[in-house]
Ligand binder design. Structure first.
Ligand code: HEC
Length: 131
């Protein structure tokens, strides 16, 4: 009897996974940003997270040699098109001839999550970007 209950639970779980039910649990762009980006780009997106500016947080480590983009600066973010941003997030800084200190997230985030992050960054800078 116990075995049958277990099998039943398992098949429900598998159906849940294969039908994409877990997508309900997908993270929002803000959650992804806070989880994956803020350690360098800062909680507010100003480019001074603890990994980039440890000295600011009282950590005795050298600051990052390249400053992570300030996502709240319309001046900086207007230099980039949505496609530039998408590529930087997906394939990393190197893909857009910038520092490899900006890591690639193409294997961590889905295309949809990346597209939503692009929109989220546009909200942070309150800017439309390069056409
Ligand atoms: C390990 C630190 C680090 C993490 C984590 C990180 N970044 Fe960056 N990011 C950088 C640095 C450093 C730069 C500046 C690169 C340069 O100017 O050469 C940068 C630049 C960028 C740029 C501008 C690229 C350009 O062409 O000017 C975007 C957009 C960006 N990051 C988005 C993100 C997003 C979104 C996340 C989270 C999914 C993220 N970054 C996570 C360090 C990081």
């Amino acid at each position: 009897m116990k075995k049958r209950a277990l099998l039943l639970t398992l098949s429900f779980l598998l159906a849940f996974v294969f039908t994409g039910g877990y997508q309900v649990l997908a993270a929002t762009a803000k959650e992804n940003y806070e989880w994956y980006c803020t350690q360098c780009h800062g909680l507010k997106g100003t480019g001074d997270g603890p990994n980039a500016r440890p000295s600011k947080y009282g950590i005795k480590q050298p600051d990052m040699s390249v400053t992570p983009r300030n996502h709240t600066s319309p001046k900086d973010m207007n230099k980039l098109s949505d496609e530039d941003i998408r590529l930087a997030i997906k394939d990393g800084g190197k893909a857009v001839s910038k520092s490899a200190l900006m890591p690639p997230f193409g294997k961590t985030l889905t295309e949809k999550e990346i597209d939503e992050l692009v929109k989220y960054l546009r909200k942070l800078c309150k800017c439309k970007g390069k056409e």
